[in-house]
Structures are given as C-alpha cells and as structure tokens.
Design a binder for this molecule. Sequence first.
Ligand SMILES: Nc1ncnc2c1ncn2[C@@H]1O[C@H](COP(=O)(O)OP(=O)(O)OP(=O)(O)O)[C@@H](O)[C@H]1O
Length: 695
Amino acid sequence: MAKMMLHRDVLKNFGKLPAKVQKKVVELTQKFEEDSTQASIHLEPLNAVKDSKVRSARVGADYRAIVIAPEKGDTFLLMHIDHHDEAYEWCRNKRFEAHQALGTLQVFDVEEAERSLHSSELGETEAASSEALAVPEYALQALSDEELFQAGVPEALIPAVRAVRNDDDFERLADYLPPEAAQVLYGVASGMPLDGAIHEMLGALEEIEKPTGPGDFSHLADITNMDLVLVQGEEHLREILSEDIEEWRVFLHPYQRKLVEWHTRGPMKIFGAAGTGKTVALMHRAAWLAQSCSNDEKVLITTFTTNLSVTIKGLMEKLAPSVVDRIEVTNLHQLARTICARAQWQGKIAEREDLQSIWRKVLAMPVASELDFSGDFVRDEFEQIIDPMGITSEEEYLTVVRTGRKPLRRKQRKALWKVFVEVRRQLSGRNLLTFDGLIHQAHEVLDRGEFPRYRHVLVDEIQDFSLEALRLVASISPIAEGLDNPLCVVGDGHQRIYNPVPVPLGRAGIEVRGRSRRLKINYRTSEEIRDWAHAALEGVSVDDLDGEQAMTQGDRSIFHGPEPQLVKSGSDDEVASAVVTWVKGLTKSGQLKTHEICLTPANSRVISALQSNGFATVELKARQADPGQEESGVRFGSKKRIKGLEFKAVAILDAGTCDSLLDRFENYVAATRARQQLLVINRPCREQTESEGDS
Ligand SMILES: Nc1ncnc2c1ncn2[C@@H]1O[C@H](COP(=O)(O)OP(=O)(O)OP(=O)(O)O)[C@@H](O)[C@H]1O
C-alpha cells in the first residue's frame, strides 16, 4: 500500500490555505491510504522541471500540490502547495533525492547554490580581498569527493563545496546545502574530524538501510527525517494539520530522536547551549518511557524553576495525552515538600524575614561576633556550602571541597561550624527549614525508604541543582536497583543562575560516563543573537555539568536574523524612550504582537512610558505559565523569571560593562530567550545600581 509523507512546510503553511483547498489536500492524502493506484493516476508529470520525479495534483481551481513520486518503493512525498504558477516555479529547478549515505531526503537547487558563491554582493574588489584572505588549507578542501558525499553532500553539489575557500564562502553556500550536510560540514570547518562531525551532528548511522539510488524512497518512512512526517491514518492527519501543532511535536532532529530512544543501563546526560532542543528531547523521552510503563509505574519530570515545570506539564498533555497520567511533572521544591509531607513534616519554609532575623541574632552572639570574618562571609558560607551540600557534621565540614570559596584553615572551619550549629538550632526552634534544608530532609526520607521511587526520572535545568538536590534525584530514581533508563539529566552550564558553585554529577553518584551527549543545533535563536549571547560569556569557563569544560564547537543556529541592537543609555528616561521606539517599530503594521515582546528586568519608568503610549503590559508571574496570545501586552519580568520561556523579541534593559559573573550568566539566559530581535541597553554601572530592580 502506498504511503504519503508530508513536508514540514506543508504543515506550517496549511492554515493559510483557503478552506476548500485544505479539504482537497486532506482528500488527496486520504486517497493514498485507500487506493494508491487511483491516487497516483491523478498525479501529472511536469515538463520543463529538473527532476523527473516531480508530479502535480489539482487541489482547487488555481491551486496545485507538488508531489514527488518514487522511482523505487511506494512512498510519495507531498512537498508544497501553492497557486498554480507559484507551485510550478517552486519546483522547476529543484531536485528531490534520497541521499545514499545518510538515507534522508534532500531538496536542493544546484544552480542556486552555485550562484550563492558568485553572489553579486561580492564585487571585484571584495572578490580580490577574499582571494587574499583564503585560508591555504581550508578544512573542507582537505576532504575528498567521497568524503564530502559521506558528509551528506549530494553528488551534484560536490563541485560547489569544492569551490569553498574560506568561512565566508561557506557561510554563503551553507543556506543552499541540505541542512544535515551543512551541519556536518560546520563541524568539520570548526575543527572536528569527519567521522566525529558525522557522529556528533547526526548520531550513529550504521543501522540505517541505505537507498539504492536517489529515487529509492522505500526506506524514507523508517528513517527520522528532519522535515518529513509519515501520515498514519485519518486521525493522525487531522492532528498534524491542526493549527496549534508545534513543529517540535512532529519533527525531531535524528540526533534528538536517538537520545529520546536511547536505551541506557545507567543515568544519562543531555547537555548543550540554550535553545538546542534539550527540553524537547526530554519531553519526548518521557513520553517514550511512559509508553512502556506498567500501570503501577510512574515517570517523574522535575525542573528547578516552577514556571518551567508548569510549561512542561501543559506541553506533555498535548504531546502524550494517552500516557500523561503516568507522568508526574513538578519542580524540585514542590517535590521535596511532597516527600517531606508524606513523612508527616509539618513545619514551614523560612521566609526571607525569618532568615534575616535568625542571622541578625546569631551574628550578634559571641560565637560569631568574635570571629575574624564578616557577617556576609559567614552567611555565604552557610548558604553556598553548608546548606546546599547537606553538611551535617563538623567532620564533614572539615574535609569538604569548597570550590570557588576563599581557602580556610582547619581551626577556622571548627570555629565557623559552631555558628552554623547555632543557625540550625534557631531554625528548628522555630520549626523552620530553609529550601536546601527541606531538600536534605526529603533525601533522608527517601534513604529511610518512606517514599516510593519512580520508574524513570527526568530532570531539566540540572545545572542549578545543589549537591544535595542531585543526591535527592539520584535516590528517587531506580539507579540503585540497577533498572534500565533510570535517570536522564538535562542542562546547560551557561545558564547556571541559581547555584553559583558547579557540582559535578559524579559527586552525587550520578555516573554518566559514556552516556553523555551534547546537542548543538539551535532552533530558537537566530545566529546573530546566539553570537551575542555567546560573546557575553567570553572568557568565562563554563562546565559540562560533570567537572569538564563545556565545548561550543560546531554550535549553529538554523536561521539568521537582524543583528542585535545595542544602545548606550544614561538615564531611566532615555531607556524608556529607547524601549518605546523599539516596541513601536516592532509592532508597526502588525509585524509582531505585543505578547511576543519581553522586557527584562522590570523597570517601572519603562512600563509607565509604554502604557502612556497605549501599550498594555503584562507581568510574568511565579508559578504561572505565560498566557501567550490569550492576553495581549508587552511582557516584563526578572531574568530569572523568564528563564525557560521564549519570545520573538527581548530587550535587556540593564546590561553594562561592569557586570558581575552572575549578571553575565543572566544576560546569556535573557538574550537566548529571543528568537528574532534583541535590544541591549548598556548602562553605566552607577545608573544600573540606582535603577529599579526586578519585580
Ligand atoms: N526538532 C525540532 N524541530 C523544531 N523546533 C524545535 C525542535 N527541537 C526544539 N525546537 C524548538 O526550539 C526551541 C528551543 O527548544 P528547547 O526549549 O527544547 O531548547 P533547550 O535546549 O531546552 O533551551 P534552553 O536551555 O534555552 O531552555 C523551542 O522553540 C522548540 O520548540
């Protein structure tokens, strides 16, 4: 029986077609399921096209669907729908080929690709200077034709890649190469060996059934294609064509798919810079694992921030409605509360005021006041070392590794320990726990076997988990029982904004060696914004969550956009006026809706300026998902609050040259929430401290 696969662009543009045409497209697709011979009869071959496999089908008086018929196999591909003339123009010079090394379908236009290298923008003078700049041994030139083919370059495009002499040439050509070939070549151009680049960018290809020729589509449906989805019945067709389907639910990159269905004997780690599809991979993996759970087994997804857990919960209901009752989604602190409540804990979490009063009291006691340390140092020592590491005895404190803190002698640690004992005594006297104390207590409950383990645990934002929190997620997963796929941790060291001290996973007994993979393709952010965010952390050593340095080699965004706008501004009034002008520009003639724009951090002067210019504003609240298009208005919130969200445009209102390390990490997070437009307002240090803080 014939099959029909739909291209990503057909899905993306389906909602814009007239209803009559939509109906015809659905009928056409259904015909393939019901009676393929009949259906293929109605496909007309086209003259004057480069690829003889191209067919057209009538889907309304003036609309045509472009379908590619296989030379071998029975999989037809619905690639494009448009007005008659535009549809024919779209396919005239394109080729549609199954790549014999990768197995994936590739769409390309040889002439267009070759033209990109001789683009008119490159005048004679520039051409001459580019000649002069040509790197003598440019990495791609070292590859043979066969190697280029193995990298995923279609045979017809090998001469174009051969002509690439430097990074600029490659940048121009890359947009015209099939995306998987471009990704592998980016890897090679950034210094990876070819095998490594194929493996790193696409995953292992050994299991793939290779096509016998470019027209052999018999295995396309078995391979994860980046841009094709197989229609599986009427209900599936209706679902994928529905308006609110997000691309990530249908199309996984082959490398993401590999991670989703990776069968592991121990914990695994997925890491990668912002926007590389880590959360998407985690959600698909949770659905995949839940499918094989029995009725009494549960999957746990947990995150550091509440907002992300709320967002994931909503998305899981859409992604995996049939198994969602086997998946629990909660944030770390709620998880710890639930565990402690099960063990009859009836205390309270200490509020900021409680902690202030306790510290004031303890620091005034001789045990602290006679020490040669500032109050801030003592409190930081407690909050960054003692509490998050779950240290409960003097002995432990005397031997603990205190990364990033001023060295202390044994005698000093002994004296400080007495202060920490007093702080804990004060807390328990008031029946209070700190958040880290709560996590420690939950960990103890688990160790005593008073709370059941989950069958599979998946954790997002792992970079912000303290040592004790890592131990908690390790204990609540079935690592100790030796069950398969016990724990999947996901995170990014560039986004560590809560827990300043990196804790290698291994310290909490989470051994991921050999089960750790990095995602590199950025789906969210334009290359220009990705570059700016990356530069914001230049010179900062970022870890890979397990004690090694994180690499960003081979990282790329899948699309380009405008350069970030950088503005220097002195006063709050200047900032307000710059933001109002920017928002006006973005929303002019409906280009962007106000809910697609976010400002961070909140700044009351800016908010009232927007309001007095007729723009509604919406504060992003804790524990609530962004209402999206249901509520119009420019969003605002702290950089911490917008973590895990995304917008078409983001303005950072308080960047500066004297930013602390934490500020720089926060700016990275804020900038990478933007898909297309980024405004960065640089302010002198003094102004920043004077301006209003976050809400
Ligand atoms: N396979 C895919 N196809 C299309 N879009 C994708 C795909 N994977 C991810 N995306 C999109 O890319 C964006 C970023 O994805 P995701 O949130 O999973 O990245 P992340 O690595 O977790 O980001 P961050 O660390 O910044 O939170 C989202 O808009 C998501 O829908």
